[in-house]
Design a protein around this ligand. Sequence first.
Ligand code: NOJ
Ligand code: CA
Length: 689
Amino acid sequence: MRMIAPALRMLVLALLVAFPALAAERLTSPDGRIEVTVAVTGDGRATWAVSRDGRPLIAPSALGFILADAPKLDRNLAIGHVRRTRADSRWEQPWGERRFVVDRHAAMRLTFTETTRLGRSFDLEVRAFDTGVGFRFHFPEALGRMRVVEELTEFDIATEGTAWWTQGGQWNRYEQLYNRTRVEGIGQAHTPLTLRLDTGVHLALHEAALVDWPAMWLTRIEGRRLKARLSPAAEGPPAVVTAPFATPWRVLLVGDDAAALYNASDIILNLNAPNRLGDVSWVTPFKYAGVWWEMHLDTKTWATGPRHGATMANVRRHIDFAAANGLRGVLVEGWNRGWDGDWFGHGEDFSFTESAGDFDLAEAARYARAKGVRLVGHHETAGDIATYEPQLSAALDLYARHGVDSVKTGYVADAGGIRARTPDGRIVYEWHDGQRMVRHHLHVVEEAAKRRIAVNPHEPVKDTGLRRTYPNWVSREGARGMEYNAWGSPPNPASHEATLVFTRMLAGPMDYTPGIVSLEGRGGMPIAGTVARQLALYLLIYSPIQMVPDLPENYERVPAALRFIREVPVDWEESRMLAGDVGGHAVIARKDRATGTWWLGGIATDSPREIRLPLDFLEPGRRYRATVWKDGPGGPKDLRVETVEVRGGAPWTVSMAPGGGHAVRFDARKGEAGGPAARPPAAKRPERR
Ligand code: NOJ
Ligand code: CA
C-alpha cells in the first residue's frame, strides 16, 4: 500500500502536466449570465476571472499564499479533481431584512496540486450566484500548522469606474467618511468596497464568514489591480492556523445599478454556515432608549461627579420614557467603575461587575422589569481585552442574573491599539480586525449565547454575515455613526448615509442610532438633513435593534416623529431596495414581519428630489391608506404628516428636500379587491442546528 500512493501521485502529476486542457475550469451562474473561470498560467500560477454576459468584470487575477516556514504556495500548480454541484433552496431567518433567503447557485470545488516534488495541494471552492460570486480555500490536514504571511488573492477590476472606500490600516478603524475616487485612486481599502463601473454595472468586494483568520484589506498594487492584505498581528505572521482549515469567502457582488447591488447582498449570508445555536427564539428584535446622547452632547458624563449620566434618577427617567413609548430596552452607559479620569487610554481601570458609586444595577433592572422594559448592558473596554477577557464570564453572568439579555460592547482605541495578553502573559497591541480580535469577538458572542444574551459591538470587526451562524450577534457599529453628529469635526454630511446604504450596509446590520429629531449636536451644532430624513433612516439603515437616541424632552417636542418611531417595525418579512445611487439617494420598501404592513423610506442628498416609482410591492389594484411623514417647505425641522388613498401598482412620488427624507406606512383597506390584508404565512421554525 505504502508504495502505491506515491506512484499514483506521480501518475496524476504526470497526467496534469501532459493535459493542459485541464488547466481552465468554468462555472456559470444558474441564469447563465455570470461566468467564473479558474485557470493556471504557463508557470502554473492559479488565477480566477469573472465575466457577465460575456463582458469581463474581473480580469484574470492571482491566487495563492506566502508562508513563513514553507515555500510559497503559488506556482507550479495544476488543476486536478473537480467536483460540481448545484443548489436551489431557501432557508428561514430567525430575524432579518427578509424571512426567507433564497440560495441558488452553481458550485465547483477544484484541487490544485503542485507539480513539483513538494506535491502539496489545496482546494478552491467557488460558487456562482445570479448576482455574484464567492470562493474560499480549503487547506487539507497534510499542510499542518500554517503560518501565513500573505494571501495573494487579487481582484483586477476589468474596466474603469468609480470607487467608494474607507482606508484600511488607518488610525480611525472604520469610522471614516467615504472616499470617492476612480478605481486607480484607491490606496488601501476596507471592504465592503463599492464600485460603479463606467458601464453602469455596480460591484462590491467583500468577504463572508470571517472566522479564525484576519480581516482582508485591499491594497491597490497597480492600475486597477487590488490585492488582499491580511490585517496584521502584533507578533509574527497575520494568520496562524492548523489545517484542515477553510478560509473566509472572498465575495464579489454584482448589480445593474446601486439598488440591485444592495438586493444582491444575501450572498454574504448564503456563504455563512447555518445557525449553530439551536433554539434562538430568545433573540428579540427591539428598539431602545438610553443614557447615551447626553454624554455625546457633553451635558452629562460617563464619569461619576455632578454631571454623571448613570444616576438612578436619570435612569428611571429614561426607563419611564421607554415604557411610555413601547421601547423594549434602555441602555445605560457609565453604569460601571472605570470611567473616571481619562477612560480612553485606561481600559485597565474598567470593572464589568462593579457599579459606579451612585448606580444600583439590581434596582435599575428591577425598576425596568416592573415597567416592562429591559436594561441593555454596556461593556466599554477602551480596546483593552487584556482587562476584559478575564472578567467576561462574571460580567455576563451578572447581566443574566438581572435579566439583561443584550449587551453593547465597545473597543474605543486607535486602530492597532487593542491591548491584548499573549498566552505567555505579555501585553501586545493588536489591530481591531486582526486574527486575535476576530477570535475575541466570536468568543464574546459564544459566551453571551450560553447565557441567552445578544451582542452589539462598537468599534468592532467588520460584519461578514456571521449573524446567520450566531443569531445573537444582532448588530454592530463598524462605520461612522450618528455620534459624529454630536461632536464630529466635521459632522456627517447628508451624502454619508446615502453612501453607507450601498457600502457598509451590504455587510449587515448597523447600530447607526438614527432619530436625532432635535437636529442638533453639541452646543446646538446643526445636523445635516431634516427630521423626516431622521425617520426614514430607520427604514434605510437596517438593524434588528434600533436606538431611539435623542433626549426624551426632544421627542416630546415632535410628537409626530415620536409616533413614527413608536410604530416603525424592526423585523421584516421582505425588503426591496427600489432605487438609489451611491451617495445620492436611496428608496426602500419593507414589509413588517409581524403584521404584513408595507413601509417605504427614502433619503436624498443635495438637491430636492422627486422620484416616481410604481407601488408594485403592494397588491395590484388594492386600496391602501398611506400615512406619509415628509419634509415641509418650512426648513429642516418642518415635518409634515399626511394621509392619502392609493392603489397597489399605482405610481408614487417620493418627494424630498435637499438632505431630506420620506417615510410611508401603507395600511390595506379591509374587504377591498384582493381580500383581507395580506398576512404572512403562519410562522415556521427558523433554521436550527
Ligand atoms: C463608542 C461608541 O460608538 C459609543 O456609542 C459609546 O457611547 C462610546 N464608545 C462609549 O462607550
Ligand atoms: Ca464608535
